[in-house]
Design a protein around this ligand. Sequence first.
Ligand code: 1CP
Length: 373
Amino acid sequence: MHLSAHHPLVADRTQDSRLVQAYLGRRPSVPPVWFMRQAGRSLPEYRALRETSSMLDACLQPELAAEITMQPVRRHGVDAAIFFSDIVIPLLVVGLDVKIVAGRGPVFASPVRTAVDIARVTDIDPDTVISRGGPIVEAVEQITALLAQESERRGEPLPLIGFAGAPFTLAAYLVEGGPSKDHLAARGLIFRDPAAWEALTGWLAEVTGRFLRLQLQAGASAGQLFDSWAGSLAPEVYRTAALPASRRAVEIAREVTPPREATIERIPLAHFGVGTGELLADIATLGVDVVGLDHRVSIVDALMRMNAPVAVQGNLDPALLFAPEPVWQEALDRLLRQGRAASAHIVNLGHGVPPETDPDVLTAIVRRVHEAS
Ligand code: 1CP
């Protein structure tokens, strides 16, 4: 496969970045910080760019996606960019009818509920995500070029994080047909028709794993699997109905082929889900380098539950973004102290940036993390 000049496996430009060092479990002198959903509605410059195109159109216009990806990097001084896309993009790319409804989220024209619906979807060749993935590859190449320019200004390398949705979370949207509080239709299918469920999540693993691998092959320096809604599963259900497909997606993402001159040993992968406190021992068996935590579990408890050599990422409560400065400062300082118990700690929120956030608070958090050390 074609590798751009800015590819981490070619030039190793980002190998020494704070983020990649921490993702590989080597504690940099200054902990890296980025925010889930750092690009998006909290930024007036994002709202201005998005005025003329729909969310999903913006994701498939390389120049626009690249510009939106760069906005929070330039504004906040975060240590990484995260690809501006969405977890449902690979499903759109392979031909499913999905829209992002403002204020709600992804909505599918036809929910996938019966064995017949599932067969219709799993008939699609997962390689379609690669053959039609031109706009994704192009966007990643543009972003890595822009990051190289920004790195020169800052005097330090800046990596791009690629991402994909985990099979369970994608199935939760597909089976429900849209966002849901309790994911009851999806969780019901697990018990009602385990074979159909396995076929669906198995196919999703092939598609979403390829979507992530495509970004890594095009130049992203790290990847994150978002299993946002896994926390709605009992641990024994997670273990049998979600974990195997996530493991397969990770395996596919790890198939990136390094060129002969590469010196980096691997492209690090992270995992994140909301409310995963009870699942951490299982998540630790996925073989990712980094485990993201939401704010409901402390880093110290998480490390005990995982008992594995992983870096941790998180987990400032997003509600603190609305607190007086001394309140979030104290919580952040406590988080930084806790992070020292891990092999490495990447500062992030416990979930995405709320759209109502004052962006100056995010900039102030980045400054404090960088100055605290
Ligand atoms: O009009 C808009 O601006 C739509 C809002 C929006 C944005 C900015 C959506 C719809 N997706 C995105 C981009 C997006 N989606 C990113 C951007 C990169 C960044 O972080 O800066 C990322 C990483 C995602 C991934 C994503 N989409 C997840 C996993 C992360 C998480 O927050 O848990 C999930 C669950 C989605 C589904 C989705 N897409 C959009 C919304 C509003 C939702 C959530 C709906 C729900 O609550 O179920």
